[in-house]
Ligand binder design. Sequence first.
Ligand code: CU
Length: 551
Amino acid sequence: MQFNNPASKKNKNKNMTTLHLKKSIYRSPRRFGLLFIPLLLACFGLWAAPNALGASTPNTKSAPLHIVDQNGRPAVNGVPSATGTIVDVQVGPAGKFTFYPSTVHILVGDTVRWTWANSGHSVTSGTPCTVNGQFCSPDDMNCNSGILSNQGAVYQHTFTEPGVYSYFCFAHCALGMTGVVNVSGCTPGWSAGPDLPSVGTRSVGVYFPPNGKFYAMGGRASDAAGSDFIHPFEYDPVSNTWTTKSATYPDNQVNNMACAVLIESTQPPDVIYCVGGSAAGQTTATARVFRYNPVTDTIDTLDAQDNWPGNASGTIVPGGFALAADSPLGTHLKLYILGGFDINVASTNQIWQFDPAGPIGSKWHQVANTPMGVMYAPTCTIDTHIYVAGASDFQGGTVVDTTNSFSFDSFTNTIGTIAPIPRATGETRALSFNGQMYVMGGGRVAPNPSNEVDIYDPGTNTWTTGSSVPAFTTARRNFPTDTDGISRIWLAGGYDSTGVPVASMEIFCQGGGTPTPTPTATASATATATATVTARPTPSPRPRPTPVPRP
Ligand SMILES: [Cu+2]
């Protein structure tokens, strides 16, 4: 199997799906992707023995250090909040002068735990290579002296304020041994985020694990011809701001696309693939596939031989879509597009599988058909199945909402039945969040659009609403939304109840939230190096963040 993004989707090994792992176990791999788990396992196996090598002896004569964050407020060290998560970073793995992963994305209240894979390194906060005294190994004291620790040492720090925290190894900073901790805020429950750069609708939301950011791909400002967006929008949870990127879409057929994070082989980089789409005011649709690399902010279009065959007529936009593996061995994830909308004609029922690693001209394969035509269908993958619940249909010359619900087993290529969603909806997205399916508002037939979040538990085949993720505030449809799979959901824009595109954003955050009120870090000498590295259960990324919706 491989550990690519979006993390949890990759592991389709059925006998692992029952494992309920601690947040701290599965968050790391899904956040940091490929290679991290194998490395962790290897290293932790190595370190399972009591690590007598501990860190250097702290100098207890010095005055306690008052640790402050970049905003000058007290930062708490070593006391994970009640709901906090621990994220692991290796120091000097494989004898290299690196931290791995060198950049981590966490929430306020989370803890970063550094473990020394080799000796003679430090974790020292500051913009390379200047000590700023915010935190440092082994015990947050005497940061300026750059105390080095040895193999097996463990140092951890809990971050209680949002921000970007740089650090480096005192001995090897000049060799580029540096790291960054991105800490984003978390208000438990739903809260308002900043407006999109424009009012907009029919964009696709994509969470990009390598940088922890949320993208609104494509879409348009209104239903008028020419209002299509030209550039991706990027939301940064750390700065809580939207940015219009420089990359330019290959064409204006960027509404109602299917987009998801894929990699082309067993190695990063991950990129966002977008398939199909239409332009405002048009009844034709493209079949092209393009890639957006958020790190380099570049877009390129695949060879025309790799156009989506589901739109052979040139009039069909993608239906539901989700990432899934097609075998228990879990080779790289594939994108599935279920159904589609033959614009102003009918819904369609083909399922197409896209393999980004396939040779040119052979990336697409048709698999089973959906049990009914589905379009604008809430779709996500949980464990070994793709679920669809509440798709749109085209009846009597108009788009309508339905309760159509089913599952698709991507291993066996078969359709299954599930309890139908209790309300009709469509033109929205389903998200895989902590092992359940969340159908986000949507729909256009009164009383829709909705702000309701319907939760499907595949284990019990039942639907609920309420507790884990309640309704959001502004009812809407055709809006970009996505999740990191475990703690956050983002949504923005869409048509509101009056049918007008809006710009408002809503953010759901679970956990990591309230930092434990703890006194200023009076660094205690015992807080160091003794941390026993507990053997970790085999990480099987359980919750699987879904790819994208398709308004
Ligand atoms: Cu070093």
